[in-house]
Design a protein around this ligand. Structure first.
Ligand SMILES: [Zn+2]
Ligand SMILES: [Zn+2]
Length: 387
């Protein structure tokens, strides 16, 4: 049975700055009874209980990790990775997700499976998320859209959440709204209208790229607010047409997210002089080895799929070349395929030759990049432990 936190006896070593507290005692500690506690431990028990109550008093009802307070201070354009793997399973990484912070608002590019969990682990408040930009509708880019809908609603979002995307966005958004509508009704019945605003619960489709004709040369400003300009541009993820990347410009700093794409001149043009390029990354050499192994092992189905995928993604070397040609400041490898082997020297073979030095980084969930206004500085830090 769960016991209220006020009755629990956390040992001091259990109390950490970033521990995720609940309103109840952690399971192992519920077994602690006063009878078993020796006199020496009783002192620890009492002092820990006081600390426990103090932490609870300082925490909201849904206590969670706290994001650094400077994230929304308006001093920098910020890029935070909330999902860095491709479709293959990797317990250390969520699937495609990049968070952009401009001023006091956050925007999300793609909502791959498990990405909400990384947002929550970093303590990014759901009410700060003002818009979602989808690059295309492969499942590794949209799987958590329902979680973003639900979690930002529970966090107190008071208007519909805008979801931008190319042709097809309306049916995707309608589907997630339909799937999660019952959930919202249940929560309204349970928590009441002061907590759950049903009128604001829905996602709102914002179609973009109506003028893109599949010629891989189009671009369009799709959003402007408080000095932030978001440009969608067509990329080559054929047969997915249109598939887009996004460029964010704010107060002289800029970040580009490629989406999924093969080598494409339109990407290079739209990444021109960007401070940060968050790139699709597929190690074609490693996938080629896996394809041969599947074929020789008689797994024709996997062999076919593995043979199909390299031609609509960027290899690390192609991403490095794109970054060089565009004059990008920092290249960030994300959407890593296969991400579980991303630290193998084979994965980034040739990158050091094409782009030597510190102009690139292997992305990981929680990588934070700050681009302070009024200069060219690019700062890197971590909001989550590296995998
Ligand atoms: Zn894709
Ligand atoms: Zn993908």
């Amino acid at each position: 049975m769960l016991r209220p936190m006020k009755d629990c006896g956390l040992r001091p070593k259990n109390i950490q700055a970033n521990i995720v507290l609940s309103e109840f005692c952690p399971a192992p500690l519920q077994k602690v009874t006063m009878r078993r506690v020796a006199l020496g431990k009783l002192i620890m028990f009492r002092s820990a209980a006081i600390a426990c109550l103090a932490l609870l008093a300082a925490s909201p009802a849904w206590a969670q990790a706290q994001a650094p307070s400077d994230l929304f201070d308006g001093q920098a354009l910020r890029v935070i990775l909330c999902g860095t793997s491709g479709p293959l399973p990797d317990p250390g990484r969520a699937k495609s997700c990049t968070l952009i912070i401009a001023g006091d608002e956050a925007y999300v590019v793609d909502t791959g499976p498990e990405s909400w969990e990384q947002i929550a682990r970093m303590g990014i408040p759901g009410t700060r998320i003002s818009g979602i930009f989808l690059t295309h509708f492969h499942s590794d880019h949209i799987g958590d859209l329902g979680e973003f809908r639900m979690q930002t609603m529970v966090a107190g979002r008071n208007q519909k959440l805008k979801v931008f995307g190319p042709k097809g966005i309306k049916s995707v958004v309608d589907g997630f709204n339909q799937a999660y509508r019952e959930d919202a009704r249940h929560r309204l019945a349970h928590h009441g209208a002061d907590i759950i605003n049903l009128k604001a619960a829905d996602l709102e489709a914002r179609p973009i790229a109506a003028g893109f004709r599949g010629e891989l040369n189009a671009e369009e400003v799709v959003f402007e607010k408080d000095g932030l300009k978001v440009t969608a541009f067509e990329v080559d993820h054929d047969p997915v047409r249109p598939a887009v990347g996004y460029r964010f410009d704010w107060k002289g700093r800029s970040a580009v997210v490629t989406g999924d794409t093969a080598l494409a001149s339109n990407l290079t043009e739209n990444a021109r002089k960007a401070d940060v390029l968050v790139s699709d990354t597929l190690a074609a050499n490693m996938i080629g080895q896996a394809q041969k192994a599947a074929a020789s092992g008689g797994n024709a189905r996997n062999a076919k799929i593995l043979a199909d995928i390299p031609d609509y993604h960027l290899s690390p070397a192609e991403a490095a070349k794109t970054a060089n040609d565009a004059g990008v400041g920092l290249l960030v490898f994300s959407h890593l395929v296969p991400s579980a082997q991303a630290r193998s020297p084979l994965f980034l073979a040739d990158v050091e030759d094409i782009r030597p030095g510190s102009g690139w980084v292997l992305g990981f969930d929680g990588l934070r990049i700050d681009l302070p206004t009024g200069g060219e500085e690019i700062r890197q830090s971590a909001l989550l432990p590296k995998p």
